[in-house]
Design a protein. Structure first.
Length: 47
């Protein structure tokens, strides 16, 4: 399990990076959908 070749190290780093990017994009999508919902509610109140 102790493979320290540059290729495996790079692969691990990429996996770690894509994992954090994935969770960040999920958070961003959640925030965006919440903002959209608030905007719809505000638009409906104006009518």
């Amino acid at each position: 399990m102790g493979d320290k070749s540059p290729k495996s190290v790079q692969k691990k780093a990429l996996q770690k990076q894509s994992k954090s990017n994935d969770s960040n994009s999920k958070k961003q999508a959640l925030i965006t959908s919440q903002q959209a919902t608030k905007a719809k509610v505000a638009a409906n109140k104006k009518k």
